[in-house]
Each structure stands twice: as structure tokens, then as C-alpha cells.
Design a protein around this ligand. Structure first.
Ligand SMILES: [Zn+2]
Length: 421
């Protein structure tokens, strides 16, 4: 796929800035390569920053002339790029690292997860969450979309390490009221939702665990508040089988857990078709996984404007195979990348996900970098502030010991990067 086909560098509206009206003296960052994401990489590039905002981006000789008053910092033979956006994680599950069986399919994976989670106490979970945040940062991730159903601690240390878009997860195969689903959540989390806290939204767990009524209500809740809502969608063949027929390993699992799957009204179609019928898909929906999307469903997804977050290593870990990345990109669907949890992945290094997409799905390194930055920010509703090096956006950047996009991914895998302030 060429850059032209997916229009990587289309001009977008810029936030107007008054560059000369900053309080601090501007700082000019020069590097061998600057990767703005919204325009082609700039050899011998520069970014001017003040008060945490980007004032200018361009070729160093030009920028130096235009900003004579700026002090300068040279990053030598490195590449400057925006921090990565991990579009989908479950930091709550970090304590389960290395404890879950792989390659056994969805129902078996969930059984294994539920059994292992029962063995952990709150102290284990807290410690593992803190380590996970540090690990995200060590591998260049500055923003994470995190799914949780535990207590939210607003304004805590969390946002100092990694900026978080929290999706509070609800489910209930026969639940007919979002209010009832929210009532099951811890008090601080309920309060965050009730107060319409910024960067806190809802996720429906999955179409095979969430009633049609609850799915509609989650979407209505998001629409009323102009928030992006998320869902695990079209992840496994087992899910597609259950939605089509009400049968299979997920039915058995739901039966075992007392969820009475035989009372559930079988939609008789694939996940994307089902969500489309329910009105769940629009530009404020983030579908996570999208491994099993049929050819007929691709235009449905595209028309809706919903974003997709791909978690390729999690899919391989559980045994689902890989998502149809080329087809999704060709259909102009905004694809971001996530690690999913440490219950279905070995680490939270987003550069490893990029490598899988490059090696197994032949995606160009420039495209995977866009997916891991700007598309990630778009799919979390944060692209007006983050995801690219553009005038007016916040300065949140890393430097990587490499001088081309393929080298950036290779070096990032090894952790050969630093945060730039
Ligand atoms: Zn997930």
C-alpha cells in the first residue's frame, strides 16, 4: 500500500496559535530526523516548543532563521517523534502476566483468566499496575486507553506517568438497565461517571456478554456526553459462531457461569452487522480487535466512521489469527494499535505490535507509526492535543536512536529511546 492510498499526510485544520505570545523563552529541538506524522519525515528537522506547546515544525535552517530568540538543543543523530498511544490495555490484569495458557481459544482463555484472577489480592494488583505504567513509559508510550471495572483514583499519580483515557467496562447478558450495571461499580468510579469526568468513558465488554438494551444504552450515554465508547468486537471465531447460532464454546462458558445463554435472543449475524443494527457504530465508537470482519461488513464499518484498535499479539496469543489489516486500511478505517493486557501478551511494548504488523501483514513502517501515534489519539478522542508534532499541539515526544522509520521501530523494540522535555 502506498502513502497516497491512505492519504497519510492530508492537510488538517490547525489549532491557531500566537507563537510570539508565550511566557517562556522558546526552545528549539533539532534532530537528524523529525517525524511529525502529519507530514513526511524532515531530515535535519526542528521543533520549537514553549510552555508545553509546539510553536513550529520544519527544516532546521529555516526554523533557526525564523526563531532567532529560541535557545537550542541538539539531539544529534536521532529521530524525534510524538509519544506512542497504546489504544487498548487492561492495566488491572497486569498481575496475571505469565499465568494464562495461550493458543487455546477464547472460552478457555477466559476460564483460565477468571481462575487466576481469584488468586490475587488488591496489593498484588496495585503493584502490577504501577510496574505496567512504568513499562509503558519505558517503551515510549505516553497515552493509554485503559479498560477497567475497578476503582478510579482521579488526578492520582497515574496521569503523571502515562496520560490515561479510562473506559469503565460494563456487561450483563440479560441486564436491561445501564443504571443497574453502573451500580455494581466501586464508589469512586460511579462518581467519576456521574461527574462526567474528563477522560473517563464507558466500554461495553463484548456483544456476547452484554444485552442489546445495555449496548444501546452505553451508546446513548456516550452520545449524550460526546464521548467515545469502546467494545471488544469480532475478536474470535467462537464469538461469531455464538452470535450466528447461539452455540459453541462461549455458550458453554456462559452456561457454566450461570448467565443462561439460552434465554438470549440470538442475532443470527456477525458482530459488525449486529452492532450496526443496534446503532452502536458511529464516529464515537472504538471497536477493539476486528479480527473477524467479513467483506460485506467492511463498508458498514467504514460508513459508520467507527475506529478500530488492533491488538495483533494478543490475537496470536489466544489463537485467533491476525486481523485483516490491509483490508481495514484500504477501506479507510482509522486503525490504531493496542497491546491488550498482560493476560494475553508478554509485554506492553507497542513497538513489538508494530513489528508484527510489518512482518506478518506487510504494513509499511510509516503507516504503523501513524497507527501507533495519530490514529491512536484519534480513536481515543485526543487528537486535537496529541498524536503528532504539529503547531498548537502539546509537546509530548520521544527520541529514538535511529534515522529512518524502519530503524525507529527496530530501536524502539530494544528500548533504545528517551523522553524529551
Ligand atoms: Zn481487551
Amino acid at each position: 500500500m502506498t502513502r497516497r492510498q491512505i492519504n497519510l499526510y492530508s492537510p488538517r485544520s490547525r489549532t491557531p496559535v500566537s507563537p510570539r505570545q508565550t511566557r517562556s523563552r522558546p526552545l528549539l529541538h533539532r534532530a537528524r530526523l523529525v517525524i511529525p506524522i502529519t507530514q513526511p519525515p524532515i531530515e535535519d528537522g526542528a521543533v520549537v516548543v514553549a510552555d508545553g506547546r509546539i510553536l513550529d515544525v520544519g527544516p532546521f535552517p529555516l526554523i533557526r532563521r525564523q526563531w532567532p530568540e529560541a535557545s537550542a538543543r541538539d539531539h544529534d543523530e536521532t529521530a524525534l517523534l510524538p509519544t506512542l498511544v497504546n489504544g487498548h490495555a487492561h492495566l488491572d490484569l497486569s498481575a496475571l502476566a505469565g499465568q494464562i495458557h495461550s493458543k487455546k481459544g477464547m472460552a478457555e482463555w477466559i476460564r483460565s483468566l477468571l481462575a487466576a484472577r481469584e488468586q490475587l489480592d488488591e496489593d498484588d494488583l496495585q503493584k502490577a499496575r504501577a510496574l505496567a505504567r512504568d513499562s509503558l513509559r519505558a517503551f515510549g508510550t505516553g497515552i493509554v486507553g485503559d479498560i477497567t471495572s475497578s476503582e478510579i483514583h482521579p488526578g492520582g499519580k497515574f496521569n503523571e506517568v502515562v496520560i490515561t483515557q479510562t473506559f469503565v467496562e460494563v456487561f450483563g447478558l440479560h441486564c436491561q438497565s445501564l443504571e443497574v450495571a453502573i451500580d455494581q461499580l466501586p464508589p469512586g468510579t460511579r462518581k467519576s461517571l456521574a461527574n462526567n469526568q474528563e477522560n473517563v468513558s464507558l466500554a461495553a465488554h463484548a456483544p456476547y456478554t452484554t444485552s442489546a438494551t445495555l449496548l444501546r444504552q452505553v451508546k446513548e450515554w456516550g452520545t449524550a456526553r460526546d464521548k467515545i465508547v469502546s467494545i471488544h468486537a469480532a475478536e474470535s471465531e467462537e464469538e461469531i459462531l455464538f452470535l450466528n447460532s447461539g452455540r459453541g464454546p462461549l455458550r458453554d462458558l456462559l452456561e457454566e457461569r450461570g448467565h443462561e445463554p439460552d434465554r438470549w435472543e440470538v442475532p443470527g449475524c456477525g458482530t459488525i452487522t449486529y452492532l450496526d443494527r443496534l446503532g452502536f457504530l458511529d464516529s464515537h465508537t472504538l471497536c477493539v480487535h476486528a479480527v473477524h470482519v467479513s467483506e460485506e461488513e467492511l463498508p458498514m464499518l467504514q460508513r459508520s466512521g467507527a475506529g478500530v484498535c488492533l491488538c495483533p499479539r494478543s490475537n496470536l496469543f489466544i489463537g485467533h489469527g491476525l486481523p485483516p489489516v490491509q483490508q481495514l486500511l484500504e477501506a479507510h478505517i482509522t486503525c490504531s494499535i493496542g497491546t491488550d493486557s498482560l493476560a494475553s501478551n508478554t509485554d506492553l511494548n507497542l513497538f513489538e505490535e508494530m513489528t508484527v504488523l510489518m512482518e506478518k501483514s506487510s504494513i509499511h513502517p510509516d503507516i504503523v507509526l501513524t497507527m501507533a501515534t495519530l490514529n491512536g489519539a484519534r480513536n481515543l478522542g485526543m487528537a486535537s492535543q496529541y498524536g503528532s508534532l504539529e503547531k498548537g499541539k502539546r509537546w509530548l515526544a520521544i527520541r529514538v536512536a535511529a534515522t529512518d522509520s524502519e530503524g525507529i521501530v527496530a530501536a524502539g523494540r530494544q528500548g533504545a529511546l528517551e523522553w524529551v522535555s
